[in-house]
Design a protein around this ligand. Structure first.
Ligand SMILES: *[C@@H]1O[C@H](CO)[C@@H](O)[C@H](O)[C@H]1NC(C)=O
Ligand SMILES: *[C@@H]1O[C@H](CO)[C@@H](O)[C@H](O)[C@H]1NC(C)=O
Ligand SMILES: *[C@@H]1O[C@H](CO)[C@@H](O)[C@H](O)[C@H]1NC(C)=O
Length: 465
């Protein structure tokens, strides 16, 4: 494979050119071997050259010696003049006596004259001329040079700075925002931000709320120079740090106790009231406590049930009438632990069981169960009702009595010993002995009006069937 044929060839060729060669046809070969007749001439030329070189060397040495001698003589001459001048001073005018030098230069008298040693920045014989440092135009980029004593100042064009206005002013493009001051720092700049701004070029409004200065849940509003706290209700102060005592204004009503707390207040309501300010009366009726159709009447911290007929109890839950104790069509009204019966006309007694059937001078005071009467026997005499004693009182007497009141009487039964309760007042009749055909018991045989030896515990009674 032929990796680098051209380069290799080139090197080879150069070797061929500089190296020895066997080629007898090469024209250079004949030049390197001159003929013998030319050797003598070359030798002559060499000898002449050597002669010239020797002559030049001799000349240089001679000149060098002469120069050294002259320098030495000048030096001697100068020293000599100084000596003479010292001996000869009395006759030399001291020009410095007149202070000829200007601009504060130092005057130096010398032989036949004087010299002014100028302060920096001045020149001229008397130092009267100011050197213009601006003449070299040191201010670059259009800067104006102001010449000063021994110095200058460049008034740079906008955008340049430095002693020679050689630097570009990085603040030239006014990179700082929001009125910030731009300062150049070497080849960059820095912005000195006004209060309220931050960021490299003062582009960002400072967030004064970052430190969470507002307290008690207040909202912090950032402003250019500071921040503002919008307080949650119940707090005040610049930072909303103060808890308002809401109880000062006595907000609770109905005699409630106000309790100030963190950010608000609570009203400790008296029983029966509710609401933030205890302004609402609790409706104890809202839970509908009255049962069985009872009407609820709301009261402060309580209620009362007006029960429907037949019910009783705080919530009308009780019903003493359930067993239907009232008789003869009476209306039953239930109360706690009891009931009452409203009797129909002609009836009395706790359960309206007392039938009071009267006909002329006779009446029965007792009960009527399904139309069957039973009761105490009473007789009217001299306008006054009285009872009958049970001595000899038997079923024949009972039949006469029941028949006299137009009551069923075929199976009438006589009862003794105040079976239907004791009467009061007179005992009009005793020892009644009926045959069964009499119209009433007063017509039967008896001991005579009010002639008796009884007590009311012996009051006679009947059951009429
Ligand atoms: C000394 O003073 C005389 C006359 O004042 C002057 O001619 C002479 O040159 C002075 N010598 C030197 C060496 O300056
Ligand atoms: C500016 O450059 C000088 C020299 O290079 C250095 O000493 C100095 O700290 C630099 N200033 C700033 C602010 O980088
Ligand atoms: C009631 O007594 C009378 C008189 O003693 C008597 O004649 C009559 O038979 C008696 N009646 C009954 C039902 O016992």
């Amino acid at each position: 494979m032929d990796l680098a044929p051209e380069e290799t060839t080139s090197v080879y060729e150069s070797l061929r050119i500089s190296g020895p060669t066997d080629n007898a046809d090469d024209p250079n070969t004949s030049i390197t071997q001159p003929p013998k007749t030319k050797v003598n001439r070359r030798l002559q030329i060499a000898l002449v050259l050597v002669g010239i070189m020797c002559a030049a060397l001799v000349a240089i040495v001679v000149w060098s010696l002469a120069f050294t001698q002259k320098e030495n003589s000048d030096k001697l001459n100068h020293e000599f003049e100084s000596l003479v001048s010292a001996n000869n001073g009395s006759n030399d005018i001291n020009e410095c006596m007149n202070n000829p030098c200007a601009r504060g230069a130092t005057c130096r008298n010398n032989h036949g004259g004087f010299d002014c040693d100028c302060l920096p920045g001045f020149t001229g014989k008397l130092c009267q001329l100011e050197i213009s440092e601006c003449s070299s135009r040191p201010c670059q980029n259009g800067g104006t040079c102001v010449d000063m004593v021994n110095s200058y100042r460049c008034l740079c064009s906008v955008g340049y700075l430095g002693t020679n206005c050689q630097e570009r002013d990085p603040c030239r493009s006014s990179p700082c925002q929001n009125g910030a001051t731009c300062r150049n720092q070497n080849d960059t700049y820095s912005c000195s931000c006004p209060f309220g701004y931050t960021g490299r070029i003062c582009e960002t409004m400072s967030n004064h709320c970052l430190s969470k200065p507002c307290r008690n849940g207040a909202h912090c509003e950032n402003t250019l120079e500071s921040f503002r706290c919008s307080c949650s209700s119940g707090f005040q102060g610049t930072l909303c740090e103060n808890d308002i005592n809401e109880c000062m204004s006595k907000p609770c009503v109905r005699g409630a106790t106000c309790i100030n707390n963190h950010g608000g207040f609570d009203c400790d309501c008296p029983p029966g009231f509710t609401g933030k300010l205890c302004q609402l009366e609790i409706s104890e009726c809202s839970s509908r406590p009255c049962q069985n159709g009872g009407t609820c009447v709301d009261m402060v911290n309580s209620y009362r049930c007006l029960c429907s007929a037949g019910y009783y109890g705080t919530n009308c839950q009780g019903n003493q009438c359930r067993s239907q104790p009232c008789q003869n069509g009476a209306t039953c009204r239930s109360y706690a632990n009891t009931y009452s019966c409203s009797c129909r006309t002609g009836y009395s007694g706790r359960d309206c069981e007392s039938a009071f059937l009267q006909r002329n001078l006779y009446r029965i005071v007792g009960i009527n169960i399904n139309g069957k009467y039973g009761g105490r026997v009473e007789v009217k005499h001299n306008g006054v009702w009285g009872t009958v004693c049970d001595d000899y009182w038997n079923n024949t007497d009972a039949k006469v009595f029941c028949k006299s009141l137009n009551l069923p009487h075929s199976n009438a039964v006589a009862v003794q010993s105040a079976y239907f309760g004791q009467g009061t007042g007179d005992i009009w009749l005793d020892d009644v002995l009926c045959t069964g055909s009499e119209p009433n018991i007063a017509s039967c045989k008896h001991a005579g009006w009010a002639n008796e030896n009884c007590g009311h515990h012996e009051d006679a009674g009947v059951l009429c069937f």
